[in-house]
Structure formats: C-alpha cells, structure tokens
Design a protein around this ligand. Structure first.
Ligand code: FES
Ligand SMILES: [Fe+2]
Length: 370
C-alpha cells in the first residue's frame, strides 16, 4: 500500500503541471521509492512483451527471461499449449530454469533437485514424500498470464488479467488493421538485439513517443528514412496506447531502400510494433532499476525478402536505438543530480510523450488512491 504523503507526492500539483505541459516531477526519473511504486502500480499488473513465439515453437521448448524484477519461464508443453510461470523454485526460491532449452521433459532446479512438469505442477521433490503435511498439489510454479499476438508473446504477472485487446482498446484494433500482428508462420525471425540502457524507463519512453528530436539525433538513421518534421506524421492516442503513422522518403547512404509508410504502435507500458512492407519489428522495454532499462528487440521478414534490404532496415533501427540510448543516459545522469524539479514539454511536437507521462501518472495515481 503506497501513500502519496509518505512518498512526498503532491497529487494536485502533478495534475496541474501535467495539464500545463510540464513533465512528471523529475524525481520520478531516479528516486527508488517512486520506482517501487511503479513496479507495483504498473509492471505487476499489465501486459509485458516477453519475446518471440519462434523461440518456443516446438513442444518441449522452454524460454526464460528476467523481466525487470520478475524471472519468467515460458513453456510449450507436449500438447502444444503455451504457459508462463514465475521462474522461482517453490522450495527455497532458486531459479528453476537457467537458460533456454529444447526438447525438455521437465523443469529441474539444480539447487536441491525439485522438478516440475511443463504445466508447472511439481513432479518430484527428493526425500519429501513422507513429510507430514507435504502436499505436492500446492507446490506448483506460480502461474503468469500469457497471450500471443502475431509472433509476439506477452506475459502479465496478474494471472487474472483480462485480454490484451481490452487493455489496448482502439490501439489493438488499429494495429491489427495496419498489419502489426500477422500470422507468425508468415514471418521468420531474422535478428534479436537486447540493449541494457543506462537510463530510467520513462526517459526511454518519452524519447520513443516524440519525434521532436529526430532530425537532430537521427539525421543518419530514422530521419534519413522517414519524414519526421512537424506536420509530416499523424498521431492518435488513447488509453494505454499511442499510434504514429510516419511516411517514408527516398533513402540515401548506407540505409538506402524503398520509401514506404511506417505505422508505429506504442502500447503501454513499453511495447513497440512497426511494420514496413515485408518487414516487421516488435520490441519491449522493462525497467531493471531506477537507472537501468532492458530493451529487447526482434526483427522479422517474410521469407524471400531481399537480405540486403532486411539488413539495411535492421541496421537503421539499431543505429536509431543506439543514438537514443546515448541521449537518454545523458538525460538521466543530469536529472539524477536533482537540480531541476520539472521538465517543460513543447506540446505541438511532444504530444505523444506528454500522453505517456499522463498515462503513467494515471496508473500511479490509481494505486495511490486505492
Ligand atoms: S531451491 Fe529449488 S530445489 Fe531447493
Ligand atoms: Fe529517437
């Protein structure tokens, strides 16, 4: 239970500042107490991007990922059903599965040898069967909700969570219409890049939700491929999503390729999906600490797409992300000096970032007032 007063939060002042085009208090970008609030208010109860379904394609495949504070294991059981669990042994809390596996029959914890079926139930606990009150049925792995959307897998620590469609609402329907969730079989996974960014997750998010910086920071990458000046792209926002439509321009230099439209979904809290013709990109961010953010990116292409084009496209985004990582790490260092209490947005160019800040605050405020 978090109380605004204990955290030094003035709810009315934040409401007023956000309405007047100011940011969240910059303390929110580095204070561990605020980070704890966000973990509970946002990341313990929303759909988080886990990764690609191609990484658990066959029965017996097992994939693991530490998602911020949460260690998650996803299994495909012998009947083909996908399941997700906390990767925490019910004995004394060691990590049950320490790396991705194929052709797996059981999940075995290497500390004392407890093992679990792929449906999470406890299979065997050495020497425990005769213990008074030892009940195998109540010692299965904790279940986490899982949902597939195109080739993307999402997990939700709240096992009772409603479907993604109801969280993203209009953003879900629009993204499906724009081809951001095609049949997984029609696209192959061509690249995975994982970034460990030295910034707070909200700075990462602000950056991705505005293109005010694109011409200056991404002149050789994103802004070389897409129009990003004021008035050249369209933004739609709603609860738990924002959607941008960028339009291509003839590309020059290393990232040369055909001009096309680029629909971009930002789904709260940290999923990004793009589509550019025969190429698809899904990515997700999870906070690791107030000053560290993990950003997992996957690139797909239709089989037969020109490999040079695919490489140029993946390189373009990799370069764009690396440029963003430098900028947001620098911002974080400065804001953590605690000298500048509020940042000021430019509403006409940073509406998307403002929308994200307001969404973050909506979720935090609901937890503070619960
Ligand atoms: S912690 Fe897993 S078997 Fe002991
Ligand atoms: Fe950027």
């Amino acid at each position: 239970m978090f109380k605004a007063r204990d955290l030094g939060i003035d709810i009315e002042e934040i409401d007023r500042r956000l309405a007047d085009n100011w940011s969240l208090p910059t303390r929110f970008y580095w204070d561990p107490k605020i980070f704890d609030l966000e973990m509970e208010a946002i990341f313990a109860r929303n759909w988080l991007y886990f990764g690609s379904v191609h990484q658990v394609a066959r029965p017996g495949d097992v994939a693991v990922r530490r998602m911020g504070r949460l260690p998650i294991v996803v299994t495909r059981d012998r009947s083909g059903t996908l399941r997700a669990f906390l990767n925490i042994c019910r004995h004394r809390g060691y990590t049950v599965v320490e790396g991705n596996k194929t052709n797996c029959l059981r999940l075995a914890c290497r500390y004392h040898g407890w093992s679990y079926h792929l449906d999470g139930t406890l299979a065997h606990a050495p020497d425990a069967a005769g213990e008074a009150g030892f009940c195998r049925n109540e010692l299965g792995l904790a279940t986490v909700a899982i949902e597939q959307w195109g080739p993307a897998l999402f997990v939700n620590p709240d096992a009772e969570a409603g479907p993604i469609a109801s969280f993203w609402g209009r953003g879900y329907a629009r993204s499906e219409a724009e081809g951001l969730a095609p049949d997984a079989e029609g696209f192959e996974l061509v690249r995975e890049v994982i970034y460990d960014v030295e910034t707070n997750w909200k700075l990462w998010y602000d950056n991705g939700a505005e293109c005010y910086h694109c011409a200056l920071i991404h002149g050789e990458s994103f802004a070389n491929a897409y129009q990003s000046d004021a008035g050249t792209y369209e933004t739609e926002t709603g609860p738990n999503f924002s959607f941008n439509m960028y339009h291509g321009k003839p590309r020059e230099g290393a990232n040369a390729g055909p001009a096309s439209d680029n629909p971009v979904l930002q789904a709260f809290p940290g999923f990004v999906g793009f589509r550019d013709g025969d190429i698809l990109h899904h990515a997700g961010m999870v906070p690791v600490a107030p000053d560290r953010t993990c950003h997992v990116t996957h690139y797909y292409a239709r089989p037969g797409t020109d490999p040079d084009y695919v490489k140029a496209w993946c390189d373009l985004w990799d370069q764009t992300y690396r440029e963003d990582n430098v900028v947001t790490a620098d911002q974080h260092r400065n804001l953590a000096a605690a000298q500048q209490p509020w940042n000021r947005y430019v509403a006409s160019r940073e509406f998307g970032a403002q929308h994200i800040s307001r969404e973050i605050w909506r979720h935090c405020k609901a937890a503070l007032q619960a």
